[in-house]
Design a protein around this ligand. Structure first.
Ligand SMILES: NC(=O)c1ccc[n+]([C@@H]2O[C@H](COP(=O)([O-])OP(=O)(O)OC[C@H]3O[C@@H](n4cnc5c(N)ncnc54)[C@H](O)[C@@H]3O)[C@@H](O)[C@H]2O)c1
Ligand SMILES: [Fe+2]
Length: 396
């Protein structure tokens, strides 16, 4: 028997942002804190003004919070909570990428549970929190549909990622118009993040009949739409598909876990300050290679979902699943981009620490082959090898 958890309502369609007022009203919110990505409040987007008008029609008061940069920390959370308490809000919404959504999740939780310890969140029977609406503007983390929130502890310098089904937003609104301003590089990073969620969920030891369907659908949709949105960010049908793929991938991994690409990616991203999707993308092909022999039929299904001919030999297909991801990384400049964040000698020097951080994170025990410390060190060494080659070619 398996239980899957997901938002109560998923609204999808161009300009569905307009449904925010009705959704907030449905959740009995009269005073809403809106965590909004700062970029979306600038000219010519002015999404804060649009949201103001939408909520005014339902007589809902709004307070905006945009005072965060980069990926969220406990300092950002404190700042959001202070504003929420001063205003006395009774609901929280997020309009932004995973960073905005995770700040909103944490604010909704700690507003009601100021004394809650981070370590205790996962083990609670149930969690009280403020009503929560998530409107993703990247596609993405899938955070609008997941039980997880990722917040860096500013004092300890570690990424915490507790999960609880009650942290899943009540309502997710997927409006492709909001993602159209996402630049090419972040379209690629966040898109591969979504693909990685789906692939890791599909090969996880916690995968089940329900998560498999969400994962495979997400892989299929993202596989055809990601190259389209990368080349033409204004293609609304493809942007809409990417949002759906990201949400479905979120449901898949939230219930079946992410694995080694995320455990190692989080460690790499935290140490070198690399955007989440990019840090995961560079590790995904290497992690797939590590797990290939343990589940060739699963990797073959991934290749078929990505468009390969299903009549081919299973081992050939399994290999092609890796080649397909490597091609995305080549086409989307992933290897070159990560070199802007990583000094290769520094990476090599830090391999022991990175392996330790990865082993301490979530997603090790549910990996199809449970990696040892030396397996993870080899993974990072292979990354050094791959990036050295890329750097060499670029310098010629
Ligand atoms: N909770 C979860 O389930 C979950 C899952 C995976 C990752 N995460 C976390 O989510 C965070 C990353 O989220 P993300 O990858 O969505 O990126 P993000 O929210 O950090 O945004 C990335 C960049 O894109 C910009 N941006 C966002 N939307 C835009 C738009 N529509 N137009 C123009 N610019 C836009 C932002 O300003 C920022 O500079 C990390 O902290 C990661 O650990 C959470
Ligand atoms: Fe991710």
């Amino acid at each position: 028997m398996y239980m899957t958890y997901q938002p109560k309502q998923i609204t999808i369609g161009e300009n569905s942002l307009g449904s925010l007022g009705g959704s907030a009203k449905k959740l009995k919110t009269t005073d809403l804190l809106v965590v909004i990505d700062q970029f979306l409040t600038t000219e010519p987007l002015n999404y804060d003004e649009k949201v103001n008008q939408i909520l005014k029609q339902e007589n809902i008061d709004v307070t905006f919070f945009s005072d965060y940069q980069g990926e969220p920390t406990t300092d950002h959370l404190e700042a959001a909570l202070t504003i929420a308490k001063e205003q006395g809000v009774n609901g929280v919404a997020a309009i932004g990428g995973g960073s905005a959504i995770d700040i909103a999740k944490a604010t909704a939780l700690f507003y009601r549970n100021p004394q809650m310890e981070w370590d205790a969140i996962t083990d609670q029977n149930s969690l009280e929190r403020l009503p929560l609406i998530a409107i993703p503007t990247t596609a993405g983390t899938g955070s609008e549909a997941t039980k997880v929130m990722v917040i860096t502890d500013t004092e300890k310098g570690i990424k915490m990622n507790p999960g609880h089904p009650d942290l899943i937003p009540d309502i997710a609104i997927l409006d492709p118009a909001l993602t159209s301003s996402l630049p090419k590089n972040f379209t690629a990073y966040t898109g591969i993040d979504a693909l990685t969620h789906a692939i890791e969920a599909f090969v996880s030891t916690k995968a089940n009949i329900a998560t498999d369907q969400y994962a495979l659908t997400a892989i299929q949709i993202a596989g055809r739409s990601l190259p389209i949105v990368y080349n033409n960010g204004m293609n609304m049908a493809a942007r809409e598909e990417m949002l759906l793929a990201s949400t479905y991938a979120g449901i898949a991994f939230s219930n079946a876990s992410t694995n080694l690409a995320h455990a190692a990616g989080r460690a790499l991203g935290a140490r070198f300050h690399i955007p989440h999707g990019l840090s995961v993308a560079v590790l995904l092909p290497l992690v797939m290679r590590f797990g290939l022999q343990a589940a060739p039929e699963r990797y073959a299904q991934i290749a078929v979902a990505l468009g390969e001919d299903a009549t081919k030999d299973i081992n050939e297909l399994a290999e092609q699943s890796i080649q397909a991801i490597e091609k995305y990384c080549d086409d989307f400049q992933i290897w070159k981009d990560v070199l802007n964040y990583i000094d290769l000698q520094d990476l090599e020097r830090n391999i022991d620490l990175l392996a330790k951080d990865a082993l301490d994170g979530n997603g090790i025990l549910t990996n199809r082959i449970v990696p040892s410390s030396s397996d993870i060190k080899k993974l990072f060494l292979d990354l050094v090898g791959k990036l050295s080659k890329v750097k060499g070619v670029n310098q010629v």
